[in-house]
Ligand binder design. Structure first.
Ligand SMILES: Cc1cc2nc3c(=O)[nH]c(=O)nc-3n(C[C@H](O)[C@H](O)[C@H](O)COP(=O)(O)OP(=O)(O)OC[C@H]3O[C@@H](n4cnc5c(N)ncnc54)[C@H](O)[C@@H]3O)c2cc1C
Length: 262
């Protein structure tokens, strides 16, 4: 986003320098520590994702079958204990097994992957037994060491204009919308996390342990997922931080034997 960010981001970088904090030109480079401008996966003004950039162009391949709103309920195994497929439940409730010729890759996320393993009988034997699931492999580490990267947002009132002044009034929204439609540039083509960086607290000897996000706009996350983000009615900005190395550990376990009950 270099060269496109709101001017108040430059003040954030200046403040970092004045506070003797490092500043980096490339947060994904060899020296990533310090304040800088974030890079984003945005092409022609639209945020990209693995789905848009990799999956969609590959949908025509004859060896790819994408099933939406379909839940994997169990991993299937052969007599030697090798994973050979998955049992699926479709949106209409119908069930199908799919079998792999080469391998099964489980990538259901931090919550879904351990759940699916446990439902398939792979996990802490005692826990599975209590739920009436046959233990295929007693692996107590499954579902352990869950780490949560909590983020805390601090709200500030600025003495100079921020994106709030641009995007709160209707005329400002119209201008930004027009700019986006005609040039695919401007605030609507950018992330709100424009500046930030990786820093270390006094106790961090191994490297940066906190990440900062500097948003040139302040807003409350609406409770309804359908509601729009509305900038606050004053020049404001957010400074959010999260711990990169949280020390607390949690776990993911099934509460009931039915699929999807974490
Ligand atoms: C609020 C938030 C902001 C983030 N911001 C960033 C960021 O700016 N940059 C960054 O790099 N990372 C960010 N992350 C982290 C990033 O999103 C994750 O690290 C990444 O998505 C993990 O990818 P994954 O494929 O392992 O799992 P996921 O993205 O969680 O994908 C797992 C998929 O499996 C599906 N699934 C689960 N169980 C089943 C089942 N039984 N059957 C079928 N499907 C199932 C889920 O529906 C999901 O689609 C953010 C995360 C959050 C929550």
């Amino acid at each position: 986003m270099k060269g496109q960010t709101h001017p108040i981001c430059d003040r954030f970088l200046t403040a970092a320098r004045e506070s003797q904090l490092p500043v980096t030109e490339d947060m994904n480079g060899a020296r990533f520590e310090g304040a800088g401008i974030y890079e984003t996966n945005i092409a022609r003004g639209r945020r990209q994702s693995s789905s848009k950039t990799y999956l969609t162009p590959a949908l025509g391949r004859p060896n790819l079958d994408l099933r939406l709103v379909t839940q994997a309920e169990r991993v299937l195994f052969d007599a030697e204990g090798r994973a050979t497929g998955v049992a699926l439940r479709a949106r209409d409730g119908s069930r199908h097994d799919v079998h792999a010729r080469a391998e099964v890759i489980l990538s259901a996320g931090a919550i879904g992957s351990p759940m699916l393993l446990q439902q398939s009988g792979i996990g802490a034997g005692g826990d599975l037994q209590r739920l009436g699931i046959d233990t295929r492999r007693n692996l107590p580490a499954v579902g352990q060491n869950l780490q949560d990267h909590l983020c805390a947002s601090y709200y500030y009132r600025a003495t100079v204009p921020t994106l709030n002044d641009q995007l709160r009034p209707l005329w400002g929204q119209a201008m930004a919308g027009l700019r986006y439609l005609t040039t695919r540039r401007g605030p609507l083509a950018l992330s709100v996390n424009q500046a930030g960086g990786f820093f270390r607290t006094e106790s961090a000897t191994d490297g940066p342990n906190i990440q900062l996000y500097f948003n040139p706009m302040s807003y409350r996350i609406p409770e309804s997922t359908k509601a729009r983000l509305l900038p606050e009615p004053y020049p404001g900005f957010l400074l959010c931080f999260n711990s990169c190395r949280p020390e607390s550990r949690g776990s993911v376990g099934l509460s009931r034997p039915e699929p999807g009950a974490a």
